[in-house]
Design a protein around this ligand. Sequence first.
Ligand code: ADP
Ligand code: MP5
Ligand code: MG
Length: 527
Amino acid sequence: MLNLACSFRFKSVTATAAFSTDSPAHVPCVLTIAGSDSGAGAGIQADIKACAARGVYCCSAITSVTAQNTIGVQGISTLPAAFVEQQINSVLDDIHVDVVKTGMLASPEIIQSVCSRIKHYSIGSLVVDPVMVSTSGHELSGPSILDRLRKALLPLATIVTPNMSEASVLADGKPVNTVLDMREVAAEIHRMGPRYVLVKGGHLKNSHDLVDVLYDGSGWHELRGSRIKTRSTHGTGCTLAASIAAELAKGLDVLPAVMAAKEYVAKALEHSSSIKIGGGAQGPMNHFFQLADWGKLSSRQCRFDPRKLFLYAVTDSGMNKRWDRSTPAAVEQAIQGGATIIQIREKEAETLEFIEIAEASLAIGRKYGVPVLINDRVDVAVACNADGVHLGQTDMPVRLARSILGPGKIIGTSCKTVEQAVKAYEDGADYIGCGGVYPTTTKKKNKTIGLDGLRLLCEASPLPVVAIGGISAANVEEVMNSRPAMLHGVAVVSTLFDQSDVGQATRDLRASMTAALSESTAGKVFS
Ligand SMILES: Nc1ncnc2c1ncn2[C@@H]1O[C@H](COP(=O)(O)OP(=O)(O)O)[C@@H](O)[C@H]1O
Ligand SMILES: Cc1ncc(COP(=O)(O)O)c(N)n1
Ligand SMILES: [Mg+2]
């Protein structure tokens, strides 16, 4: 548990501001203009759920009402454009909306009305999900809308998010079957006016990985994720677009917003594979898999669980080479021995080799549910969709890394002083690595702060702390018995990896930690 005394001291200023009556906090707000899905897996219903799950308020203007379920679409009733316009006026005349998101717009007249309202209310952030065919394969908007979509709506869009078949239709039937096709069609659609184009790869065939391609007018970002085996894919596109709108409403730039939204959709899919709603081929997702209160999520996705810091294994390429074993093999042995979090530290590897090592280690971590972080290299972490990064004081600043990685990734940073710890908290870090507690050869020129330095920082830190530096089974009891309030674990390098048997070394360390815990008298910290 976090020590409230410590965290309260640093949060008291924030807490006062957050609860002061004279300036109520601004709640990020999205207006979705889309169709209703009676099955509630897609459309307006998905948008409102996704926004709520992301901590954002969502208003709605309904364009069509569909009789729909997990089997398909049984009927569509499209509303008059004037009434869609009236709904939009009602919202925007009264409520401050940060981002507008459009879904199913089934007539050219409705598109015209939407464009006129976007201009009239000077909406500066617009996410267009060009819904044409539902995931169940039913046409939702026909070719009659294409002209207005391309010429009137796309030029107003911050980002447009077609799936592969929608991208093909927008590009006059150009085949879109491969990632290369996705890159090319994204550039073609970009020429129609949107600032960003995200071609979604959920329908990529014969590919273990899923790739979404984001094009910003000058370069492409291939956002990879593993395909999740589930029937609960109804509404994935709506949910992604609404989540992007929610992240933009919270102030993220487009790339981090897309990445945070992808992360959310992937987690929702992972948590939905067990739910069984409806009898059709595509069931809905569980948007609320991480139920949390409004305030917490709007600033950051679910809080980092500090228990993950308990036995923190930091790999070392030199040691693994010395013992003639690959880093992924060492990672698996450490996890099997009881490591609770992994950091891939590759000081000599070239970028490609680092990415390959990281991807292989991530696959192992995901198999055991153990987070795998990347040391220093945010670019490598983005490239392999790692669970997060650990940054030194001279690496990329935490605040910048947070803006790139979004709220869903774990960011740790090394601190020796209380000032560094407070700044890490203010900049959005999840935990602090504090050391070197004892002299160590693993990190050159590393000032040793001793147990006193560790205790001093832990007592003042607003974030969970993991101790690092020369820690082994021989001295871990002393570290744990010092029991500073925010200490949640120990990070070790040579104790595990400069050994012939990593698994056994990990088990020995864990046994010493468990023994120290059972004898300790101070309050529970290593929970
Ligand atoms: N089975 C899956 N596993 C992981 N991600 C998926 C899966 N299916 C879709 N996605 C993701 O969901 C988002 C929506 O993609 P897609 O399903 O192609 O859109 P649509 O629902 O509009 O057809 C994309 O980010 C895509 O990568
Ligand atoms: C009313 C409505 N709007 C949009 C979709 C697209 O759903 P998906 O996100 O699966 O492409 C849908 N099926 N129904
Ligand atoms: Mg879609």
